[in-house]
Design a protein around this ligand. Structure first.
Ligand code: ARG
Length: 403
């Protein structure tokens, strides 16, 4: 890892090596805009002028600049505050920021990701947390995490055409198997995929998650005793690991972050979607519902019971989770607070409104400011594709070592 320190000269780029997006200088206007924001919201940091001058000199010399720990922490929190898709932003100030910018090797990234999972889980009292690994610099591209989240379940294509596990990751899973991952025997519906970390020097490397890093909740229903027999479970912490954090023009492609779950993410989408675990027909049948025509609303009835099971089980296991009614009200509180602070709060209606009982939540009955703001998290097409396709690698130069 070569940190961007003043005095370091940018070497002439080697035309033989393709370093995607790395050999670009940091945008000076973006840097200045962020520093203005940081100093405006953190008066104790003193006047912004000297800091902007120092950063401009650093960009002259190195093509980039190194955030102070305070700028990094603030930048990461504001990236959350600005993320239009998140309903859970009321607690944006509480985000714990792990400064891991000197970590740039695949094994180091993986080890700290596992530590992140342990620390974020916090015995069930989940802490919103982000781990920021080495940034993109003109001298060296940053590491990449291929997985969409640190914990995801494998999906195995079966001879009958059905998928065992999470169908969302069927291609990712088969690509990892081709790369040498050995799934557990026998195959299960909730096998945790290995973490894939790619660096320009090492190429993609796979790491099995240690047991202590993976906390899961077996699902049972408060009244329907047979529900537990379905063998459903879900992981406690959702850690998004393929988004790029951008602060003041500096990119951090490896910056996994988490909050806690809202029940519908698991109950309505991960377990309910017909191209995911597709549990609704099974539960409707076990409930003895009339599925002969749609107008009985058997889907809706079954969906409610799946979601009750999720909320009940997390609660019974002492793992933080919230329901969509509570989280919607909190979001409106967040909007009021932002307005009072003189800020506009970008929000995307189609992501904010929960996937069930939308009109029963207050967030349904209004529109939002759609304007895009930085700092933010970016879901790059390339990274989004890699998380589903299991490739291609981000770096394909002479320095990439084949496994
Ligand atoms: N919806 C995603 C999932 O189920 C997680 C997205 C982030 N969610 C959160 N509560 N922070 O796995």
């Amino acid at each position: 890892m070569v940190p961007a320190t003043p005095g370091l000269r940018v070497s002439t780029p080697d035309p033989e090596r393709s370093l995607p997006s790395a050999d670009i200088e940091v945008d000076r206007a973006a840097a200045a805009e962020f520093l203005e924001l940081f100093h405006a919201e953190n008066p104790e940091a003193g006047p912004v002028g000297p800091r902007i001058a120092a950063v401009m000199r650093e960009i002259d010399m190195t093509g980039t600049y190194w955030h102070t720990p305070e700028e990094l922490t603030f930048g990461a929190r504001v990236a959350w505050r600005n993320n239009a898709r998140c309903i859970g932003r009321l607690y944006w100030r509480s985000l714990q920021v792990r400064d891991l910018r000197t970590v740039s090797d695949a094994a180091g990234v993986a080890r700290h990701c596992f530590e992140h999972l342990r620390a974020a889980n916090n015995g069930g009292k989940i802490r919103p947390m982000i781990s920021v690994f080495a940034p993109e610099t003109p001298l060296r591209p940053a590491p990449r995490i291929w997985n969409e989240q640190l914990i995801r379940y494998a999906g195995y294509e079966q001879p009958n055409g059905r998928v065992l596990g999470d169908p969302r990751y069927r291609t990712f899973t088969s690509q990892l198997i081709q790369r040498g991952w050995r799934p557990p025997e026998p195959l299960g519906a909730f096998d945790v995929l290995p973490l894939v970390v790619e660096t320009v020097d090492e190429g993609p490397q796979m790491f099995q998650l240690p047991g202590q890093a993976v906390h899961e909740v077996p699902l049972e229903h408060p009244e329907l005793a047979w529900f537990a027999e379905l063998g459903m479970r879900w992981h406690a912490v959702p850690v998004i690991s393929n988004n790029r954090l951008v602060i003041g023009g500096v990119s951090y492609p490896a910056a996994p972050f988490n909050g806690w779950y809202m029940g519908t993410e698991i109950g309505a989408r991960n377990l309910g979607d017909s191209d995911r675990y597709d549990l609704v027909p099974t539960v409707a049948e076990r409930m003895g519902l009339d599925t002969s025509h749609e107008a009985t609303l058997w889907r809706d009835q079954a969906l409610v019971e799946i979601n009750r099971a999720v909320l009940h089980s997390f609660r019974a296991n002492g793992v933080t989770i919230s329901d969509h009614h509570t989280e919607s009200r909190r979001f409106l509180t967040h909007l009021e607070r932002e307005e009072r602070a003189g800020r506009r709060c970008p929000a995307d209606w189609s992501w904010i409104v929960p996937p069930m009982s939308g009109s029963q939540t207050p967030v349904f009955h209004r529109y939002y400011d759609a304007e895009h703001r930085v700092p933010n998290f970016f879901a790059d097409d390339e990274a989004a594709g890699r998380a589903l396709q299991g490739g291609p690698p981000a770096f394909r130069g002479p320095r990439v070592l084949a496994r």
